[in-house]
Design a protein around this ligand. Structure first.
Ligand code: FES
Length: 84
C-alpha cells in the first residue's frame, strides 16, 4: 500500500445499522430525515445538510455534520477515517 491510498475499515454490516448521525441543532434523528439527492432534511425543524460535504445548507442548524468516505462491499459497510 502507498501512503496516498485510502484505507477503509469495516464498521458494521448492512443489517446492523439502527441509528445514525444526529442533527447539530438539537439532536434530531437524521436517519429519519428525507434524502433528496445529496440534501438531507432533518425531520424535526427542517435544517438541511449536504451529505457529501456535511455542510449546513439551511438552518436552524449552524454547525456542519461530520462526514467520512464510505463504501459497501457485499454486506459490509467500510469507512475511511482521517489519520490522527
Ligand atoms: S433538530 Fe434538526 S433542525 Fe432542529
Amino acid at each position: 500500500m502507498t501512503a496516498n491510498m485510502t484505507e477503509f475499515i469495516k464498521v458494521a454490516g448492512l443489517d446492523e445499522i439502527d441509528e445514525g448521525e444526529h442533527c447539530t441543532h438539537i439532536s434530531g434523528p437524521l436517519n429519519e430525515g428525507e434524502l433528496d439527492g445529496d440534501v438531507l432534511t432533518c425531520p424535526w425543524h427542517g435544517a438541511q445538510f449536504n451529505v457529501r460535504t456535511g455542510k449546513v445548507l439551511r438552518g436552524p442548524a449552524r454547525q456542519d455534520i461530520q462526514t467520512y468516505p464510505v463504501k459497501i462491499e457485499g454486506k459490509s459497510i467500510l469507512v475511511s477515517l482521517p489519520e490522527e
